[in-house]
Design a binder for this molecule. Structure first.
Ligand code: ADP
Ligand code: MG
Length: 358
């Protein structure tokens, strides 16, 4: 591991903020720290950068304890949401700032600056003042500036936060490519799950001062570890369930009894949990044919009424009233409001979440 963060504890005015946060970043890896506003993401970055001290815990770089090493000797690069550029200086002067601080020979400074401007596709703007650039262009300059001194680790704190939605989309792809091409390990902080999913090799989900889940975007999406993670990712298709039998495992829900096989769950009769259904999974079938009579192994059959159908990116996002619950799914087919439909959902794709946090 390149970076290791061990058991970081931090409070402000006696209010606990980070309560034992540990994670690591491997060589060339981009991890995304994802959590709501105010969850302590920026504080954690400042602690890693050395701008702030934790009450407990350590920061290690290549196995060396750097907890007491000052900021400028850590060699990490930071890019903030507000970019902190010098508005009245030129693009070139901004990008070369860190290099001048290192007292490098002029020729080297110029070469590296030119190289960085090329990397972020901003070479033609070298002489322009930062104040005369658009938000997206400033963002690229800020990135070039933090990359110029060849940081060992790049930390980006909501780098697209200040930009509007459409611009974000385009820049997200650029940013990912640029970070990947440099092969510098990076910690990318955001509260925006879309950004996190498109950039991260690994997601770190921060809630209530603790890490709820670490995993690849796919793992976190397909197997959210808690109700909080599921809700945060907008997967909120949840059904309260109660165990009515353990062998075989059968759950009672508002949409009927659901048998579950092959689960390594230590459940007891009467246990209450939450079932999570993903909006779109392989094998799921949605149609308006009459319900199948014979029980189908491996599927649960839900009957519902279409409450809403919205056309999104070539598919339909449908809201379906099933019993007392309204769930949403992605359908290839178009249905009408009020239409009666059947959903066959593969039981293997049902997730069980405990009602309370572990
Ligand atoms: P995030 O980046 O996830 O939005 P922050 O790390 O900025 O969260 O802040 C988390 C909480 O800590 C906020 O409620 C904020 O008010 C508080 N906080 C941050 N820095 C300080 C400080 N220097 N003094 C007191 N409280 C602070
Ligand atoms: Mg922040």
């Amino acid at each position: 591991m390149m970076l290791e963060v061990q058991n970081i504890v931090k409070s402000y005015e006696l209010a606990p903020l980070l309560q034992g946060v540990s994670f690591s970043v491997a060589s060339g890896e981009v991890v995304c720290l994802l959590g709501r506003s105010g969850s302590g993401k920026s504080t954690l970055l400042r602690i890693i950068a050395g701008l702030e001290r934790a009450e407990e815990g350590k920061v290690l770089w290549e196995e060396q304890d750097i907890t007491d090493i000052p900021v400028h000797l850590r060699g990490f690069g930071l890019m903030f949401q507000d970019y902190a550029l010098f508005p009245h200086r030129s693009v070139e002067q901004n990008v070369s700032f860190g290099l001048r601080m290192q007292n490098l020979p002029e020729r080297q400074i110029q070469e590296r600056t030119a190289e960085m401007l090329e990397l972020v596709h901003m070479s033609p703007f070298a002489k322009r003042k930062v104040i005369d650039l658009s938000g997206g262009e400033q963002q690229r300059i800020a990135l070039a500036r933090s990359l110029a001194p060849k940081p060992k680790l790049l930390m980006l704190d909501e780098p697209l936060g200040a930009l509007d939605r459409t611009l974000k989309q385009t820049l997200m792809d650029d940013l990912r490519q640029i970070i990947r091409n440099t092969r510098i390990p990076a910690i990318y902080v955001t509260h925006d799950q879309e950004e996190a999913f498109s950039i991260a090799d690994r997601l770190i989900m921060l809630n209530d001062g603790k890490i709820e889940q670490v995993g690849s975007p796919e793992e976190v999406y397909r197997r959210p570890a808690s109700l909080w993670v599921a809700n945060f990712l907008g997967l909120g298709n949840t059904l309260p369930a109660k165990v009515i039998s353990t062998t075989p495992l059968i759950l009672s829900t508002s949409v009927g009894d659901i048998p579950l096989q092959d689960r390594q769950l230590s459940l007891h009769k009467e246990d209450e949990l939450i079932l999570l259904l993903l909006p779109e999974v392989a094998g799921m079938q949605i149609n308006n044919l009459p319900r199948q009579k014979e029980p189908d192994n491996g599927f649960i059959h839900l009957q519902g009424i279409i409450e809403e159908s919205i056309f999104v990116e070539g598919k339909y996002r449908i809201e379906v009233k099933i019993g007392q619950s309204t769930l949403h799914f992605i359908s290839q087919l178009r249905f009408n409001h009020g239409e009666s439909i059947s959903i066959s959902y593969p039981t293997g794709e049902l997730q069980c979440l405990s009602r309370t946090r572990k």
